[in-house]
Ligand binder design. Structure first.
Ligand code: UDP
Length: 465
């Protein structure tokens, strides 16, 4: 009988850090059923309903252990979202250590895989004789920036956003300093120091898994693998996305069934992205004026772009914040859903012809897997970088212009919707997205680039048991 291979994984706090590492675990099990994964879950306050329902549906070979939740009042107040995420892990380290001790006491584990924000857990790898890996749930371009930032930090004295030329990260599409991740926008900040510290730690792991595929990010993947840079081994194992097959009969899907093929624009800002009240108004008028069909996941407005990211949703009805009469005027054209949609099922629906997205990496991969071209509207984290990759690099999306007042105005919204849904430029993006969809499907076939990469590594782990 084949020996069982045990590994432990530590997600970062928040739905979109939990889901990718669980999907990765499922992918391992799919390729190698003799795997057993133990997932140690840090959280800030109690986990969201969406996270809980994902955990309830796990296969028996994935075991989840909830760590003592960190109390929000124990975190420093008013710090960046990335700092909150990372400090939640820092405060969970004693329980991560204890859990590792418990689970490895009778069973030999071979590897510890931590989300990029949970990298501190890897400090325990040596003590428990485990190989250490990062699971990086973002683009290879973003990983390349993390590693390149270590060099650029030493060579640059000004803020990156004040550099006259775009930053040329090896193998990547040039990115203007102002489009780099939020953490790199203020070099004197704590969040920037933590970012560099994280990047530094990445250099000493046994490997980094990236949820991307070679054909989508050939340039950065080649550069990351080039010898002489001193980078750790990187493995592109994606696209690993949720399959989503349990939402049949929901009202929005029934509504989509009645629409023409490719006619609907799906609008969503991820698991926790929020807009200001003014921006909600502009978006509402833009959708209305565009005269296109839309399915919009509406969230309560906030002045913080990531307000709903780590906190459970409030009970206020977000539809109250839409402009007066909007719902009545658009009832033939659109549908709005409060707070949460079955996104994967929506993107898989043939009526959906475009996705206005905040450019979270999971949303992007889900759109690629289903061949849906994009309107790229980044909000926070590394989303502006993703927007550049998609609109300027791969040319599968159009990016709206932000006005001097910080708003994407209704006229601009109408312009990008028409560009994507009606014009030649949009047709070209659609065509390129269909090609990318094929590449994505090929990458995870039996002989595909991502499957081969992962299988080779798994063989190595098996040999260690
Ligand atoms: N998601 C969903 N329904 C929603 C909003 C988000 O199912 O209404 C899922 C989406 O499918 C994706 C994840 O939440 O898997 C969002 O991850 P992403 O990386 O795009 O953005 P983040 O939430 O990290 O900002």
């Amino acid at each position: 009988m084949e020996k069982r291979v045990h590994i432990a994984v530590v997600p970062g706090p928040g739905f979109s850090h939990l889901v990718p590492i669980l999907q990765f675990s499922k992918r391992l099990l799919q390729l190698h059923p003799n795997f057993h994964v133990t997932c140690l879950i840090p959280s800030l306050g109690s986990p969201s309903t969406a996270s809980k329902s994902i955990l309830e549906a796990l296969p028996p070979n994935i075991e989840s252990i909830f760590l003592e939740p960190v109390k929000p009042e124990d975190l420093p107040q008013r710090v960046a979202i990335e700092t909150q995420i990372q400090f939640t892990v820092t405060l969970s380290l004693p329980s991560i250590h204890q859990s590792l001790k418990n689970i490895t006491s009778n069973t030999p584990f071979v590897a510890l895989v931590a989300d990029s924000f949970a990298f501190e857990a890897l400090d325990f790898a040596e003590e428990f004789n485990l190989l250490s890996y990062i699971y990086f749930p973002s683009a290879a371009t973003t990983l390349s920036w993390y590693l390149y930032a270590l060099k650029l930090d030493k060579e640059t004295s000004c803020e990156y956003r004040d550099l006259p030329e775009p930053v040329k990260i090896p193998g990547c599409v040039p990115i203007h300093g102002r489009d780099l991740n939020n953490q790199a926008q203020d070099r004197s900040s704590q969040v920037y120091k933590l970012f560099l510290q994280r990047a530094q730690r990445f250099c000493s792991v046994d490997g980094i898994f990236i949820n991307t595929f070679f054909e989508m990010e050939t340039g950065p993947m080649r550069a990351l693998k080039e010898e002489g840079r001193g980078y750790p081994q990187v493995f592109s194992v994606g696209p690993i996305v949720q399959t989503g097959d349990d939402a049949k009969g929901l009202e929005c899907l029934t509504w989509l069934d009645k629409q023409e093929d490719g006619s609907v624009l799906y609008v969503s800002f991820g698991s926790g992205g929020t807009l200001t009240q003014e921006q909600v108004n502009e978006l509402a008028y833009g959708l209305e004026l565009s005269d296109h069909k839309f399915l919009w996941v509406v969230r309560e407005p906030s002045s913080l772009a990531f307000d709903a990211y780590l906190r459970a949703q409030k009970s206020v009805d977000p539809l109250h914040f839409l402009p007066e009469g909007f719902l009545e005027r658009t009832k033939e054209k659109g549908m709005v859903i409060p707070s949460w949609a079955p996104q994967v099922e929506v993107l898989a629906h043939s009526s959906v012809g475009g996705f206005l997205t905040h450019c979270g990496w999971n949303s992007i991969l889900e759109s690629v897997v289903h061949g849906v071209p994009l309107i790229t509207w980044p909000l926070f984290a590394e989303q502006r970088m993703n927007a550049v990759v998609l609109s300027e690099g791969l040319k599968v999306g159009v990016r709206p212009r932000v006005s001097e007042n910080g708003l994407v105005e209704r006229v601009e919204i109408v312009k990008v919707i028409k560009c994507l849904m009606e014009e030649e430029e949009g047709r070209e993006m659609r065509k390129r997205m269909k090609e990318l969809k094929e590449d994505a499907a090929n990458a995870i076939k039996e002989d595909g680039s991502s499957t081969k990469t992962l299988s080779e590594l798994v063989l190595k782990w098996e040999s260690l048991v």
